[in-house]
Design a protein around this ligand. Structure first.
Ligand SMILES: [Zn+2]
Length: 279
């Protein structure tokens, strides 16, 4: 009896040891699981912050298009036109996404100069420069059928933000488009130089630069021929929106523009082509 009892005690001790060891293992699993969950949450929070701040672009077909000044010779990438010799065309990049679904894109014009070195807003922008940009939007708005471009005082809520820079730049305009995970444009930032090489752009030149940048905003690349609004160099371009640029915008955002009138589109999709022939 005593032996059996001893054995029993021994067994139960072992049982207890096993239980303790199982408890430890269980706790280890819990710690491991908790740690992993915390790391995963932190990683997702970091990713969300980076994406929210706009520095992470999963797809960036057109981000950072930089336009060079008059007299700035042949500085853009000619390679993008390879295979199209003898044809006049405009490159088509991308489509806007759900922001387009109400048939309206809003723009905000910042009335204080930006200074990229100091990262603060500087002096007030003169009235005529703002008018030049407003006229550029008005022309696109009046010519595009099925899309309204309207000004908003809400900078954060605007689909398109326009800024003016001082004139000591080598670039007439820069458009940065931001994209969602599927490659649809979600937001545009445009910076327009007030001048270059010590001279100020005229109102007409600013208007032309703004129209050209709005072309990029709406999903266009450059034209491979002179005399078109989307020509890569300002002095070789044109100051008005012609039928080919309109056609290119309709093609870039075809899911919206090609729907039967008065109906809602069934789905969003990227453009089916990367260029459109002008003539
Ligand atoms: Zn350009």
């Amino acid at each position: 009896m005593a032996l059996a009892s001893g054995r029993n005690n021994g067994d139960s001790r072992d049982e207890n040891l096993r239980n303790v060891s199982n408890d430890k293992k269980g706790r280890n699993y819990i710690y491991f699981g908790l740690g992993f969950t915390i790391i995963a949450i932190l990683a997702m929070a970091c990713l969300a912050m980076i994406m929210f701040s706009g520095s992470f672009q999963p797809f960036n077909g057109l981000g950072g298009i930089t336009d060079h000044l008059p007299f700035y010779d042949n500085s853009h990438n000619e390679a993008e036109f390879e295979g199209y010799s003898g044809r006049d065309l405009i490159l088509v990049c991308c489509s806007w996404g759900e922001e387009l679904a109400d048939g309206e894109l809003t723009y905000y014009i910042e009335d204080h100069m930006i200074d990229e070195d100091r990262d603060d807003s500087g002096s007030e922008v003169d009235r005529s420069s703002i008018e030049a940009v407003t006229k550029a939007f008005t022309e696109w708005d009046s010519k595009l059928e099925g899309l309204t471009l309207s000004e908003t005082p809400d900078r954060r809520g605007a689909d398109i933000q326009i800024y003016f820079r001082e004139g000591q730049n080598e670039k007439a305009g820069i458009t940065n488009n931001y994209y969602d995970f599927y490659g649809f444009i979600t937001k545009s930032y445009v910076r327009i130089s007030k001048g270059a090489f010590g001279f100020a752009f005229s109102g007409n030149q600013l208007e032309q630069i703004a129209k050209h940048e709005i072309g990029h905003v709406l999903g266009l690349g450059h034209a491979n021929f002179d005399g078109n609004l989307m020509a890569a160099q300002v002095n070789r371009g044109s100051g008005s929106v012609s039928g080919c640029e309109l056609e290119a915008v309709y093609t870039a955002n075809e899911w919206w523009f090609e729907k039967p009138s008065g109906s809602q589109p069934l789905y969003m999709r990227q453009p089916l082509t990367d260029h459109i022939d002008c003539r």
